[in-house]
Ligand binder design. Structure first.
Ligand code: NAP
Ligand code: 8YV
Length: 329
């Protein structure tokens, strides 16, 4: 008998076909989001799952899933998974690093340019029938070329963002947990600085750290107060790395000129004040969403699951030493 697996959200048809070669697949092509109780019930007789960021995998859920061996996130970020609880229960957890770097970096640049050059605001103005003709001072924005770009978190995506800055003749600074190897610095040409210097010097600050207790509100009131007056903040990383309430204050006071945000605290809810702000570009967590990349992510998660349940050694394993007895306790 084939092992039973659950795919918690809609995926591309060929991903389901591929999984069906190995598993008895229960899917959710109607894409009806599951609450914690429903997810636990649906997983209670499964050995594996392809999950997304909206699925919280924790000890409470795992206690109800005695057969579960692997959970495979369709995302590089994995703050929805309690890795300690997975390891304790002997469950492998995987993510999808690499396949989304370029698309996410491209989108970060879309936010940078749209925010600095007021693309959305001016588009709305024109569509509203308010455009009465050209004038010299209309929609004056900030130049991106020759500006100083600050990158917080020079990982896979941060590096791709840095590389793209060279076409704009920018000064690129970064701060990360440690200075990158010389070959990495050579490839994307940024200069390592302290976090304080990054905040003080960046005209445009873009965040690419994962969400974890150590990065919760890594940009909050004190950090926003250290930023250059008139700077722009970009967050295509994760809700919670920025204190959204503090950001609203910094935007309202005019301390920051604008923000480009793809992610929010408590998604899909967002701070209502942001909605009314003309100097803010808002997108619904779509930085990785090109057709090719979302397909690659879903297929990689499926391949991770097949490897996990057939070999016990999936690529992209997040907890290399699952040590539990599989009881989920
Ligand atoms: P990554 O390769 O792990 O890069 C993250 C970088 O941040 C690493 O260099 C890491 O350093 C650094 N870092 C961690 N904590 C830090 C801190 N406190 N201060 C400064 N730097 C810190 O991850 P990635 O693949 O680039 O992805 C980054 C994040 O982007 C993901 O976790 C995800 O949440 C988000 N993301 C969002 C979207 C979207 O649709 N909006 C799409 C893709 C990814 P160490 O390696 O030394 O820890
Ligand atoms: C996903 C992301 O779209 O990979 C990540 O960490 O945030 C996005 O690429 C999202 O997480 C889907 O689960």
């Amino acid at each position: 008998m084939k092992p039973k697996v659950l795919v918690t959200r809609e995926v591309f048809d060929d991903v389901l076909v591929y999984l069906s070669l190995y598993f008895e697949v229960q899917s959710n092509q109607a894409d009806i989001p599951m609450d914690a109780d429903t997810l636990a019930a649906r997983l209670s007789d499964k050995q594996g799952a392809v999950i997304t960021l909206s699925d919280r995998i924790d000890g409470k859920l795992l206690a109800r899933c005695p057969d579960l061996k692997a959970v495979c996130n369709v995302a590089v970020g994995f703050n929805n998974i309690d890795l300690t609880a997975c390891s304790r229960a002997g469950i492998m957890a995987t993510n999808t690093p690499g396949v989304l770097d370029d698309s996410t970096a491209d989108f970060t640049w879309a936010l940078i340019l749209a925010t600095a050059r007021r693309v959305v605001e001016s588009d709305t103005h024109l569509r509203s029938g308010l455009w009465k003709g050209w004038y010299l001072k209309q929609f004056l924005g900030a130049d991106v070329h020759h500006a100083t770009l600050g990158i917080l978190g020079l990982g896979r995506i941060g590096r791709k963002v840095a590389r793209r800055a060279s076409g704009f003749d920018m000064t690129v600074l970064y701060h990360s947990t440690r200075q990158a190897d010389p070959d990495v610095e050579l490839a994307c040409n940024p200069t390592f600085v302290s976090k304080d210097e990054l905040l003080a010097r960046a005209d445009i600050l873009t965040i690419h750290v994962p969400y974890a207790p150590s990065t919760h509100h890594i940009i909050g009131s004190p950090e926003l107060a250290m930023m250059k007056p008139g700077a722009i903040l970009i967050n295509a990383a994760r809700g919670g790395v920025v204190d959204d309430a503090a950001l609203v204050l910094a935007l309202t006071s005019g301390r920051l000129a604008g923000a480009g945000l793809d992610v929010f605290e408590n998604e899909p809810a967002l701070n209502p004040a942001l909605v009314g702000m003309k100097n803010v570009v808002l997108t619904p967590h779509i930085a990785s969403s090109s057709a090719a990349t979302r397909h690659a992510m879903a297929m990689l998660a499926a391949r991770n699951l097949v490897a996990a349940l057939t070999t016990g050694k999936p690529p992209n394993l997040l907890n290399p030493e699952p040590s539990g007895d599989g009881s989920g306790q």
